[in-house]
Every structure is written in C-alpha cells, then in structure tokens.
Design a protein around this ligand. Structure first.
Ligand code: UDP
Length: 350
C-alpha cells in the first residue's frame, strides 16, 4: 500500500530542503507526496526560482498567507492547513526547520492525530528570544520522527527526554548542494554578471530578526561588513525584510555590493568561489563548509556548533577560528533517501 505524505513548506530554506527530500520520495516505491505552500515567502526570487531550478513538484495547495505578526500569521496557517489535512488524510506530515510554517504544520497535524516527521530536528540555540527556537522546541515535542542533521541535535533531544523515533540521518542541505553544484557550473553566470574574480570577494547575508529589528544591531552589522570590504569586495544579496528594515531606519549599505536575492544555482556558484562568508543564516554557515570557505557568523550563538569546533566558522564577537578539521556528521549526500526509507518503514498510529 502506498503511504501518502503531505509536506508543508513556506520559506526559502524549506524549498531547498524539500527539493532534496521530494526527489528521494519520488524515487522511493510505496511513497507519494503532495505539498502545501503556506506562502510565507512569496516574491519570485524568494520562492518560484527554487521550484524551477530544483525541479520541486508544484504544490497542490497554495495558501498565500504572509505578513502580520507571528500569532496572526501562524493562526491563519493553522486554520487553513487543518481542513486540507482532514480532506487529504495523509499517513505523514513532513515539516522542515524552524519557521512559522513548520509550527503551523506540526500543530495542525498532531491535533488531528496525524504523525509528524521533522526534518532538521533537535537544533537549539538555547536562546528563546529567537522565534525560530520556539518553533523548533514545540515542533520537536509534537513530532513522531525526529530526523536530525547532526549528532549534537540528537544529544539536544535526549537532554529534553526525546529519545523515541530519533534518527541521525545527516543534513539534507548537503544533498541539495551536491545536486546543484554541477548544474551551477553551466547554469549560473553570476561571477561574470557581477564582474567578480574567484577568491577575490566575500558573500554576506543578513536577515535574522535580532539583526534587522534593532537599528543599533543592524548598524553594527553593516559597519562590520564595511570593515571587511576593505579586505575584499563584499557581495550582499539583500533579504526583503532587511531591505525594508534598513530603509525604515535610514541605514545605508554604502561600500557593499548590494544585489537582489539570488536563486540557488547563483548562490552555489557565489559560495563556491568566495574567499569568505559573513552571515546570520543557519543554512549558509554549513554551505560555507560544504564549499570549504571560512565563515563568520553575525550572531552571538549558533545551532551549528560543529562548524565552530572544527575550525570553519567563528562568531563575529568570539575568538578566532580553531584549526580546521573535516566534519563527517552531515553525511554523504544521502540524508534525503534515509528520510524516505524511514517514512516508508515506520508504521505509526497516534
Ligand atoms: N539563499 C539563496 N539565495 C540568497 C540567499 C540565500 O539561494 O539570496 C539560500 C542559501 O544558500 C541557503 C538558504 O537560502 O541554502 C538559506 O536560507 P535563509 O538564509 O533564508 O534561511 P536560514 O538558513 O537562516 O533558515
């Protein structure tokens, strides 16, 4: 009998993770998938481009829910997802990462006694002022299958008493990088378009609320990037939230090469040839390692502590990078297939 999966996505990093998992589900007999796109990210360069470039199946349900406060957005998603799950009757709901779409999907499903599989389970910043931390905590405690990218994530869950259904599968973003790297070689002209020379520039991204919602913090981040720009050109694909916050606060980006958000193939190409990465993104910290580029994280803590202990990353206000060592716990690019096999093999009745 075929098991039916409903996956819930809504934000840029989730499209990239879902691309890897959808492909694996599609290649696994006995599984079928339909997708709900909540609409949290909706600009063409924050959503459509990833579906096109990564061959993600068209979502069956598009909710078009975005904007407003956390409660307003999450509440509307919850209201919209519930009747879809009642009608679709899936065997699993798969959620990704730590956004409001993740929380709404896992809440709606668990209240309907539909088991939830959480891709990227167990990450913790131990900072409950981050909305993402709240979303992760609740989702992990509602989920049946915990699909952890790192050994540290499984340890975090164990420390909270979550030990059943916990699997260290590796990082699906590594799968996504391996998929895209060949395509980016011919599919992206970003270096020539921006007149960039390999290893002579850095890539930066900034979008965390802690950096964008406070003029002092945003100003400090921009100042840090300007200092780096004395060393090499800093390319900054600007997240719409950061662009809006900066114009509201009167912060300018003089001295930095600001561009619109780029598609995944362009990002892979940019990262692959960069001298350094400066970011507050979770995904980019690891992608910097996948391309063996040193990273500086523009935050006071990180969920991806193995990037720091193995010398590929540092916190911007922390010590210098440690000696570099290989990181094995992200796996070998088969995390998505492990996930598909677990979804197929696990028989769970709530
Ligand atoms: N990304 C992209 N284009 C951009 C900026 C980011 O394709 O202009 C990709 C990036 O390579 C990574 C993902 O988006 O795979 C990270 O998303 P984001 O930083 O928005 O979220 P986070 O990882 O912090 O949850």
């Amino acid at each position: 009998m075929t098991k039916k999966i409903i996956s819930v996505v809504g934000a840029r990093p989730q499209f990239i993770k879902a691309a890897a998992v959808s492909r694996a589900i599609g290649e696994t007999d006995g599984l079928s998938e339909a997708m709900i796109h909540t609409g949290q990210h909706f600009d063409a360069n924050m959503s459509d481009v990833f579906f096109e470039e990564l061959g993600i199946p068209k979502p069956r349900h598009h909710l078009d829910i975005n904007g407003g406060g956390h409660g307003y957005m999450t509440g509307r998603m919850l209201m919209a997802i519930e009747p879809i799950l009642i009608a679709e009757k899936p065997d699993w709901v798969v959620v990704y990462g730590d956004t409001n779409s993740t929380l709404a999907g896992s809440l709606a499903a668990s209240k309907l006694h539909i088991p939830v599989a959480h891709v990227e389970a167990g990450l913790r910043s131990f900072n409950r002022r981050m909305p993402e931390e709240i979303n992760r905590l609740v989702t992990d405690h509602l989920s049946t299958l915990h699909l952890c990218p790192t050994a540290g994530a499984t340890a975090n869950l164990a420390a909270e008493g979550v030990v059943k259904g916990v699997h260290h599968v590796g990082d699906v973003m590594y799968d996504a990088t391996l998929f895209a790297i060949g395509k980016a070689k011919t599919g992206s002209n970003i270096l020539s378009d921006l007149a960039l020379k390999p290893t002579r520039y850095a890539v930066a991204t900034v979008h965390r609320a802690e950096n964008t919602d406070d003029p002092k913090n945003l100003g400090a981040v921009v100042q840090f990037l300007r200092t780096q720009a004395r060393k090499h050109q800093v390319v900054l694909p600007l997240h719409p939230r950061t662009r809006q916050a900066a114009s509201r606060m009167g912060v300018d980006f003089d001295g930095l090469q600001v561009i619109e958000p780029v598609g995944y193939l362009d990002m892979v190409k940019l990262l692959h040839h960069a001298a350094e990465v400066y970011t507050d993104s979770g995904g980019l910290q690891k992608e910097a390692y996948f391309h063996r580029v040193p990273c500086t994280t523009l935050r006071d803590e990180t969920e991806w502590t193995e990037t720091i202990t193995n010398g590929w990353n540092r916190l911007w206000k922390g010590p210098e990078r440690a000696d570099q060592r290989e990181i094995t716990e992200y796996g070998e690019g088969r995390a998505a297939f492990e996930i598909a096999n677990l979804l197929k093999a696990s028989n769970h009745v709530m």
